[in-house]
Write a protein that binds this ligand. Structure first.
Ligand SMILES: [Mg+2]
Length: 324
């Protein structure tokens, strides 16, 4: 059987004979056909997941599949959109088209079910290393998308979840400690990032954030992007950052929780700004999610870190950079 047809059997998908609310033609024809619905907008993005760059070849294939879809979908969540469909372009070595592919597809299926997001098309090819490109499509009521560019001086800055846990998991994998059971939950955060799908939609739906993005490359790098897009600066309180608690077995290994929280990538939580008048509404909407206020937007363009002793220093962007 052709690889695309096998993927369509292994991953929740919509075939070309099945119609859904906004899909005229699904996987199996030359292209998918989407129906435009009045009053709503499509939001779309694509993301690479490359062996050696984004994951190590020895990682569980389930994690590679899960994370490839989670990473891409995180960008829809960051706009406030509801995930709807995805397309998968996958190139593999011939030796990975059997068991490896089934395990990869089972991880990707888990993410597709969690995000309620069927596969509607894609392409497969042969390559010496695993090369994945996921294209995601989301929907949002017209005009509700939350951009990076809307923050104003005086807005409060929030993040979801704990910052730097996924990076801590990566450090654990790098140090060859993956088999230690007490460290499993950190490794899990690196392999299977949990993205706040419904919170993104709820925030946008209630017009709460003035600007929003996902934290993919680390707070320091992503906050700088938001500040550049909004033409403003920020001050961040080091003592308020939701940093991970470093397990005692790692304390002697030079892992700094503040550095993890500031620069650690791949948590895929949300970074968003809220005007003071919308803060009471935020507390009602985000009751069931961990959110933390970490600072304020400022008029001058620098990004400043305020230490617990009152000292302040510029915060350089030292998150993940694929070219460094
Ligand atoms: Mg993003």
């Amino acid at each position: 059987m052709e690889l695309v047809s096998r993927l369509a059997q292994l991953i929740p998908s919509i075939g070309h004979n099945t119609k859904s609310i906004s899909l005229e033609v699904g996987i199996g024809d030359d292209a998918a056909v989407l129906r435009l619905s009045p009053g709503s907008e499509w939001v779309t993005s694509c993301d690479f997941s490359l062996e050696g760059t984004h994951f190590r070849p020895e990682y569980p294939p389930e994690s590679i599949g899960y994370k490839a879809l989670a990473r891409a979908t995180s960008d829809l969540v960051a706009m406030g959109a509801k995930p709807r469909y995805f397309l998968l372009a996958l190139a593999l070595p011939a030796g990975k088209t059997g068991k490896w592919l089934r395990r990869f597809a089972s991880g990707m299926s888990r993410a597709a079910r969690e995000f309620d997001m069927p596969l509607i098309g894609g392409d497969t090819s042969r390559s010496d290393t695993v090369t994945i490109c996921v294209t995601v499509l989301g929907q949002i009521p017209s005009g509700l998308s939350v951009l990076r560019s809307g923050a104003s001086p005086g807005d409060h800055i929030y993040v979801t979840g704990t910052l730097g846990v996924a990076q801590l998991g990566l450090e654990i994998a790098r140090r060859g400690l993956s088999r230690q059971r007490s460290l499993a939950r950190y490794l899990h955060a690196h392999l299977y990032p949990q993205i706040p799908v419904s919170l993104g939609q709820a925030l946008a739906g209630h017009h709460i954030p003035s600007a929003m993005m996902d934290i993919s490359d680390g707070l320091s790098t992503d906050l700088a992007r938001l500040c550049t897009a909004s033409h403003i600066g920020a001050q961040i309180y080091a003592g308020q950052l939701p940093a991970p608690k470093i397990p005692s077995t790692l304390l002697s290994r030079g892992i700094d929780p503040l550095a993890l929280a500031l620069h650690g990538g791949e948590d895929y939580g949300l970074l968003f700004t809220v005007p003071p008048h919308a803060v009471p509404r935020l507390s009602r909407i985000a009751r069931h999610t961990k959110i933390t206020r970490i600072g304020e937007i400022t008029r001058h363009r620098d990004i400043i870190l305020i230490h617990p002793d009152g000292r302040s220093s510029p915060l350089p962007a030292k998150g993940w950079n694929p070219f460094s």
